[in-house]
Design a protein around this ligand. Structure first.
Ligand SMILES: *Cc1c(COP(=O)(O)O)cnc(C)c1O
Length: 397
């Protein structure tokens, strides 16, 4: 038997994973306005471990909607490897998800939870990708979706939301305002919230990429050592993982995944996790240096990582400190240049927020052992924000 529950990493309180539960009752009482969420919960289990090769998740497999999320490729970009002199560089290509972004991993788990408990509606705030993702997965699952998105979100993301049949509320303001409005709505109506970090399943759902990375890296390395013919699954942690970071939920999920893998004994060490941020939206990088979060209005071309207050700030800061993670900050010009050079040298066209991870890797490269195994997490398709990409190639649209 395996028993799952929520646990507060700050005070240790535990809670059932059930509708209506989001944050820790004890720690959320110290919440102040204009700061990251207090009392963010994480999922954990007691009892039997999953069999080697299967995923530990808090919702049973039959509840997952019939749409192929995750299991995205881990590429070996030969031309980039040769050009950079880094023979073990890998690209984790999450642009291949159904709605074109990493967010599908979280939406999938939240939708499975909703189906398990017979919930027919989900509401959330988003800069665009979480909303188009939840709308997509909701369409596959038969769940009604209502989203709060800033009016300025890229047109492709708004079109996706409407194509998938979700209700779109365009907010005359920033993502931070959309977050507050959607939360007020779900509190007033009792509708299930998929707000990032606030719903702990958004973190948990995002851990699955770490399992895929460690499994696929293990398989790639095992097939190179031709002498040792192995039939069992071999997991292997990379040395560095670069993650584009806004609210800090993807990076927290990635860390949770590697924590699980360590707990299970499937890997032997924690990779060094790098939070890649844009200069105009670098709250987590600043907090890693100063220990404090200040709400500074954000401004960057990378809309998916543009947040004034990173909702998962405290949780992620603690995890980065615990595992000796780093942050790297790049300019919008670096991001556009990285977007173009990645597309030209690998064939992978990623949106600016994703390209931020590649730009961060390029900036940190001098500090890395060229023989190390490095994974760059590419989280969103370049087709999601054509206006910014056009700028990068000198087109006016
Ligand atoms: C949401 C998003 C991110 C950042 O994730 P956070 O959890 O907000 O840090 C990065 N890239 C893309 C494409 C995204 O949609």
């Amino acid at each position: 038997m395996t028993h799952w529950h929520y646990r507060c990493p700050t005070c240790g309180s535990t809670y059932a994973i059930e509708p209506g539960r989001y944050v820790c009752d004890v720690c959320a009482t110290s919440q102040r306005p204009d700061e990251p969420l207090r009392g963010v919960l994480e999922c954990t289990w007691e009892g039997d471990d999953p069999a080697l090769g299967s995923l530990p998740l808090p919702v049973e497999a039959p509840y997952f909607p019939p749409i192929p999320v995750g299991e995205t490729p881990l590429w070996a970009p030969e031309r980039l490897r040769a050009e950079l002199g880094m023979p073990h560089l890998w690209l984790k290509d999450d642009t291949c998800n159904p709605s074109g972004s990493y967010k599908d991993r979280a939406s999938w788990l939240v939708a499975a939870f909703a189906r398990k408990f017979g919930i027919g509606e989900i509401v959330l705030a988003s800069t665009g990708n979480a909303a188009s993702s939840m709308a997509c997965i909701g369409a596959a699952a038969g769940i009604r979706i209502k989203v709060y998105v800033p009016k300025a979100a890229p047109i492709a993301k708004r079109v996706q939301i409407l194509q998938y049949g979700a209700e779109l509320v365009e907010v005359d303001g920033t993502y931070d305002l959309a977050f507050d409005q959607s939360l007020a709505y779900s509190r007033a109506t009792g509708m299930l919230s998929r707000n990032t970090a606030y719903n702990p399943l958004t973190i948990e759902g995002k851990k699955t990429a770490s399992f895929e990375i460690a499994r696929d890296l293990g398989a790639a390395l095992a097939s190179q050592g031709a002498a040792s013919v192995r039939t069992d699954t071999v997991y292997r942690a990379p040395d560095h993982v670069f993650v584009p970071t806004g609210d800090g939920v993807i990076i927290a999920g990635v860390i949770r995944g590697f924590e699980d893998l360590l707990r299970l004994g499937w890997i032997e060490h924690m990779p060094t996790i790098w939070a890649a941020q844009a200069e105009g939206s670098s709250a987590i990088a600043r907090a890693l240096a100063t220990g404090r979060f200040e709400a500074i209005p954000s401004s960057t071309i990378a809309d998916s990582i543009s947040v004034d207050i990173p909702r998962n700030g405290y949780y992620t800061l603690n995890k980065l400190r615990q595992h000796k993670g780093h942050a790297v900050v790049v300019s919008d010009a670096d991001i556009l240049e990285a977007q173009r050079s990645l597309a030209r040298m690998s064939g992978l066209f990623a949106e600016p927020s994703s390209a931020c991870a590649y730009a961060g890797f390029l900036k940190a490269r001098a500090e890395l052992d060229p023989q190390s195994h490095i994974v760059v997490m590419l989280t969103g398709s370049g087709l999601k924000d054509i206006r910014s990409a056009a700028r990068g190639v000198g087109l006016e649209i």
